[in-house]
Write a new protein. Structure first.
Length: 300
């Protein structure tokens, strides 16, 4: 039996076992998960949700204070989370966090490549973006996913298989013009293709690789945009107001936990037959934007 057939059989057995035992769905009992960018926003929501479902989480983040705070908060609620300083732009850091998982827990089952920025490039049209700004956003949002998957894959293979997910964006699949997100969009388009290619290469190792594409979401991602405190406060207030409107909003805004649920599903055994895919967790945001645009052009 070749590797691909064996992986398919393993996945089928997992699904069959889960159905026969009637176990609670989406459980991650005793699985070890690394979450990059796990100290805030969506990453924090993923850490909290995964640990609630029984996983042992390693928070890999560049912000030491926030990482320690999330770890303490999760552990105080009975979860299991550890923090290790990690810069996804540094190969040594990514190797180290994977080694830490194996040395601490003896295995690695899940990698969530979530760390991302909008950066100061996201305040400019593309021709005005500086080389350094372009390089930084690509290094975090695209190369960071590559490093996370590259160094996690051998460890997950040693554990007998598992799952990896990346955090993409509505901008991974669609161009939203006139919002200065050209560099961000390029990085997220690339990360989506990278995720699919890893899936094709790792299928025979029983390692599933998928992408979650959020739309509007109430996080702190624009802290990296170089905005003034007043600009950031106004942006945050706008998202908070939109979040309260729910599905009535023209462009829905998610609570991070709602998007984290997509990561949980894709990393659970319930998604055993899903790899190389992307899920748009945008609350129908793109559909609503497209419909609004069509009405403005063609009329109601």
């Amino acid at each position: 039996m070749d590797k691909s057939s064996n992986a398919h059989q393993n996945a089928a057995e997992k699904a069959k076992t889960g159905a026969t035992a009637k176990k609670a769905m989406f459980r991650l009992d005793n699985k070890v998960a690394i979450v990059t960018g796990g100290a805030s926003g969506l990453g924090r929501a993923v850490v909290e949700l995964f640990t609630e479902q029984g996983a042992r989480a390693i928070i890999a983040d560049i912000n030491d204070a926030r990482g320690a705070e999330v770890s303490e908060a999760v552990n105080a609620l009975g979860g299991k989370a550890l923090f290790i300083h990690t810069d996804v732009t540094q190969a040594d850091d990514m190797r180290a966090v994977v080694q830490y998982a194996e040395q601490t827990y003896g295995r690695l089952d899940i990698m969530v490549a979530n760390a991302g920025i909008v950066g100061t490039a996201s305040t400019k049209i593309l021709e005005n973006v500086e080389e350094e700004e372009w390089g930084h956003i690509i290094d975090v949002n695209l190369n960071g996913v590559w490093r996370a998957f590259k160094y996690a894959a051998p460890a997950i293979r040693r554990a007998g298989g598992g799952a990896m997910t990346s955090t993409g964006s509505l901008s991974s699949r669609h161009i939203v013009s006139e919002n200065f997100l050209g560099a961000y969009t390029a990085s997220k388009f690339g990360a989506l293709g990278l995720t699919a290619y890893f899936a094709s290469e790792l299928f025979g190792d029983d390692i599933r690789v998928n992408c979650v594409n959020p739309g509007g979401m109430l996080t702190n991602i624009y802290e990296s945009a170089g905005w003034s405190p007043e600009q950031y406060a106004a942006w945050k207030k706008g998202l908070e107001d939109t979040l309260e409107q729910g599905n009535k909003a023209v462009f829905p805004v998610a609570d991070p936990r709602e998007v984290a649920m997509a990561h949980l599903f894709l990393c659970s055994d319930e998604a055993s037959f899903i790899t190389g895919q992307s899920i748009d967790a945008d609350g129908g945001g793109f559909v609503k934007m497209f419909s609004a645009g069509a009405r403005s052009v063609f009329g109601s």
